[in-house]
Design a binder for this molecule. Structure first.
Ligand SMILES: Cc1cc2nc3c(=O)[nH]c(=O)nc-3n(C[C@H](O)[C@H](O)[C@H](O)COP(=O)(O)OP(=O)(O)OC[C@H]3O[C@@H](n4cnc5c(N)ncnc54)[C@H](O)[C@@H]3O)c2cc1C
Length: 393
């Protein structure tokens, strides 16, 4: 009695939750945000300084309208916050002509009239002599580049707080339940009440939504920052693009140029190792180093120098690698966004806007059918081959 009821509670203030809190607070809603760790921490899915951002989306042309809106919102956030949040370095999608990375990007580029260039093996080799191209080709997209997740999260949180959001860190939610006029959330032995709940718990989402039985699988993935062996300048942001490179039998190799003097960031997309988000496999080990060195040796030997830093980060995979976004089927006062399958960060700005719409109006003008919560039960989702995931046609 007498306890304050917020309009919306946001459970998890990582990539998606920080954005949702911002959009809600900006629209005048009273927001309470609950986060188990600190702002822009390194225990979930949104750390490591940079993420690839691109528009010619190999995972499917339906993502393109969302990514266009995401770019608009990122640029807006950059202006409002006065902080550099992304850098468009150009991007290469490399592989055999028919692989999902090259072919999928081309389908999206053509369907949405996105500026792009197709590079033959010879042209790719000429422009990027440090790559061992072989017979691979590439789609080059000038508007691809890098986005800085920690800076974005801090900008979203800072602006949310300035619009009145109450953000509680070091606060782990133990349980939530629907009540007549909203939800009750138990965190640190206290009860928080709100009319709506937005659940953006990343790799921890599965157990908080146990009754939905969503097939969400946290996967451990490692990122390395490499010191080039020679020609360090050739890998700087003005000259070297972001890239994703398909492989016929191994996980794709991706990388980002040296953006702030920290080294060239590389990783293998989808390691295939399932992990408990509260478990201990947070350090890198010898097998991780062997895998990345083998890939670099085969494809970009000039990058196979000293390892300057590394970190472990989690994907939360769905069987078809598409996101899960929508209203809880049994409790419409709850909106959720999870299962970003290792490619979600670039969308965080628009996902926050979508979640705010779902919480306030119960709907969104954006097309989110392909992210439907019920698609797994219905057997509509088609599995992607682990480690070689891509759009299933
Ligand atoms: C190695 C790696 C490379 C990637 N590369 C790219 C890329 O190039 N481009 C791209 O677009 N995407 C990329 N991604 C994916 C992208 O980063 C993720 O999809 C995105 O960050 C997911 O955001 P999230 O908000 O769902 O998760 P998070 O940011 O982890 O947020 C979830 C939050 O919920 C909190 N939480 C969970 N449970 C509770 C609880 N019970 N109580 C309180 N708080 C709780 C967590 O502490 C966390 O802060 C990559 C991911 C990784 C790991």
């Amino acid at each position: 009695v007498g306890q304050q009821i917020s309009d919306v509670a946001v459970l998890g203030l990582g990539g998606m939750g920080s954005s949702a809190a911002y959009h809600l607070a900006r629209r005048g809603k009273s927001v309470v945000g609950l986060e188990q760790f600190t702002a822009a921490h390194d225990r979930g899915s949104s750390h490591g300084q940079s993420r690839v951002i691109r528009q010619a989306y190999s995972e499917g042309p339906n993502y393109v309208p969302l990514i266009r809106r995401a770019y608009e919102l990122w640029h807006e956030l950059e202006q409002t916050s006065g902080v550099e949040l992304l850098r468009l370095t150009g991007g290469l999608m490399i592989g055999a002509e028919e692989c999902w990375i090259v072919h999928g990007s081309l389908i999206s580029a053509r369907a949405h009239d996105l500026p792009h260039e197709l590079l033959s093996s010879a042209e790719l080799q000429r422009r990027f002599p440090m790559l061992r191209v072989g017979s691979d080709v590439a789609l080059f997209e000038e508007r691809a580049g890098a986005i800085f997740p920690e800076a974005c999260i801090l900008a979203h949180l800072d602006l949310a707080a300035r619009h009145g959001a109450e953000l509680r860190f070091g606060t782990r939610v133990e349980a939530w339940r629907p009540v007549d006029d909203g939800v009750e959330i138990v965190a640190d032995g206290r009860t928080v009440r709100a009319r709506r709940l937005i659940l953006t718990a990343g790799a921890w989402a599965g157990p908080l939504l146990a009754e939905l039985g969503l097939p969400l699988q946290p996967e451990r993935n490692v990122i390395f920052w490499m010191q080039p062996v020679t020609k360090t300048a050739a890998f700087g942001a003005g000259r070297f693009p972001v890239f994703i490179w398909h492989h016929p039998t191994e996980p794709p190799l991706y990388g980002l140029p040296d953006l702030h003097g920290e080294g060239v960031k590389v990783g293998l997309h989808h390691s295939g190792v399932t992990v408990d988000p509260d478990g201990s496999r947070h350090g890198t080990d010898a097998a991780d180093v062997v895998a990345i060195r083998r890939s670099l040796d085969e494809r970009i030997p000039a990058l196979n120098g000293d390892i300057r830093a590394s970190t472990v980060c989690m994907y939360t995979n769905t069987p078809d690698d598409h996101f899960v976004i929508g209203l809880h089927p049994a409790h419409p006062q709850v909106a959720l966004a999870a299962g970003f399958s290792g490619h979600g960060y670039k969308f965080a700005s628009v996902v926050g806007e979508i979640l705010a719409g779902l919480a306030i109006e119960g709907s969104t003008p954006y097309s989110i059918e392909q992210f439907a919560i019920g698609r797994f039960e219905a057997g509509v989702a088609r599995p992607g081959p682990l480690g070689l995931r891509g759009p299933q046609e």
